[in-house]
Structures are given as C-alpha cells and as structure tokens.
Design a protein around this ligand. Structure first.
Ligand code: SF4
Length: 115
C-alpha cells in the first residue's frame, strides 16, 4: 500500500526531505521518475515509454503530494513510513486505492534503485 497525503495537510514540508524515494513533492511542483532513483525510463501500463527525467504534472496544486508509483512505504530503507512518522497533523496515511503487499513493495524498491 502506498501512503497518500490527505487535505488535512498544513504544507509544513516536514515529510519531503524524509522520503528515501523522493516520492513527495510540494503542491504545484512537477515530479519525475528519476528524481532520487536510478530510473532512466519507465513503461506505463498503456505501453507508453516515458523518459525518467521528463517533468510530470503535479497530482495536487494545493498540498504536498506523494507519487504512488515511487512510494514503497519506506520498505527497503526504514521500519515504518518516515513521512507518517514526522507529520505533525498525521495526514500521511495508507492509500486504500493503492494496496501492495510487502514483497511487491520490496520489488518496487529494487526497481527504483537498481542501477
Ligand atoms: Fe516516501 Fe516512505 Fe512516505 Fe512512501 S512512506 S512517501 S517512501 S517517506
């Protein structure tokens, strides 16, 4: 399961530097697969190939947001999700629409960081 940031977010920014996958971005900021990862290109579900460093549209204009495809719930790095651990208003919570098992998260971590 990926973590997501709810609209309770106060935009304090505490979570962003804690993410080992650079999956957290400020509202309105573009994101890229290659930020903080080894991904040089990514094949999407529809077969489209995306350059890793191509800027992607933000998922939120208002609040910090998490790119689900880059979130491993911190598996491979830490015992617990670091964003949730530091959030002062507890708005980093499991995303029911993006459920993944531990082994899937571990594979995802390897995929993100295999050089
Ligand atoms: Fe990043 Fe970990 Fe939070 Fe996922 S759970 S967004 S990997 S800090």
């Amino acid at each position: 399961m990926a973590i997501y940031i709810t609209d309770e977010c106060i935009n304090c920014g505490a979570c962003e530097p804690e993410c080992p996958n650079t999956a957290i971005y400020e509202g309105g900021a573009t994101w890229a697969w290659s930020d903080g990862t080894e991904l040089t290109s990514v094949e999407l579900e529809d077969g489209t190939e995306v350059p890793g460093d191509e800027p992607q549209e933000p998922f939120s204009e208002e609040f910090f947001y998490i790119v689900s495809g880059k979130c491993t719930e911190c598996v491979g790095f830490h015992e617990e999700p670091q964003c949730a651990a530091v959030c002062p208003v507890d708005c980093c919570v499991p995303d029911p629409d993006y459920v993944e098992e531990q082994d899937e998260l571990a594979q995802k971590q390897e995929w993100l960081h295999a050089s």
